[in-house]
Design a protein around this ligand. Structure first.
Ligand code: ZN
Length: 58
């Protein structure tokens, strides 16, 4: 069960719209997208750090 952000009632998770207040539950997606962007950014920074370390140890 998942709780609606708008009316606070419970509903079964795979629902794009709340069955009680009919409001969209989509606003969760942008935060997930920024989290994926953050992971890619951290991976890129780690790759640059590894390249710099490999340059200095040679
Ligand atoms: Zn609701």
């Amino acid at each position: 069960m998942q709780t609606c952000l708008h009316c606070g009632k419970d509903f079964s998770p795979p629902a794009p719209v709340c069955p009680h207040c009919q409001k969209s539950l989509v606003p969760n997606y942008p935060s997930m997208g920024s989290k994926v962007f953050m992971v890619i950014w951290i991976f890129f920074v780690a790759l640059v750090v590894v390249l710099l370390i490999s340059m200095f140890t040679r």
